[in-house]
Design a binder for this molecule. Structure first.
Ligand SMILES: [Zn+2]
Length: 134
């Protein structure tokens, strides 16, 4: 049963639950991770490490935001979206270039980036963000 969700309720947990419910974002500050079932309804589990080099997590009254975007290009569904204040903003499939840029960004961060190259990629990500959110 495929049921796409358009918002995620945030639940703070200590331990990672074994079964995830659709439409729920599980956040474990202890384990520095957020988990949810892919918002497209395919049933794949999405794990987002909440560490400085991976994802930023912000909790507001309206709901949770995670940045950068969730790109499930390793799943058959290939879905791509942004979680902003508890809502799913669908971003369309990432192109090969976008995926590569994302990976380059990861590599740079993990290596302890050179400010110059990182700046360019960060600017690219900001543009992407603005495009999908506004
Ligand atoms: Zn999916």
């Amino acid at each position: 049963m495929m049921a796409r969700v358009d918002c995620l309720a945030t639940v703070f947990v200590e331990d990672i639950p074994e079964q995830l419910e659709d439409g729920v974002l599980y956040v474990s500050r202890q384990c520095h991770v957020a988990l949810h079932n892919c918002a497209c309804g395919c049933g794949e589990e999405v794990s987002t490490p909440l560490v400085a080099t991976e994802y930023d997590f912000v909790m507001e009254d309206e709901g949770a935001s995670i940045w950068p975007s969730i790109g499930n290009h390793d799943f058959p569904c290939g879905s791509h979206y942004i979680i902003k204040r508890g809502r799913i903003h669908w971003a369309g499939k990432m192109s090969r270039e976008q995926i590569e840029a994302g990976r380059a960004y990861d590599r740079l961060l993990k290596r302890g980036a050179q400010p110059k190259g990182l700046g360019a990629i960060l600017a690219w990500f900001k543009r992407l963000w603005i495009k999908f959110i506004s």
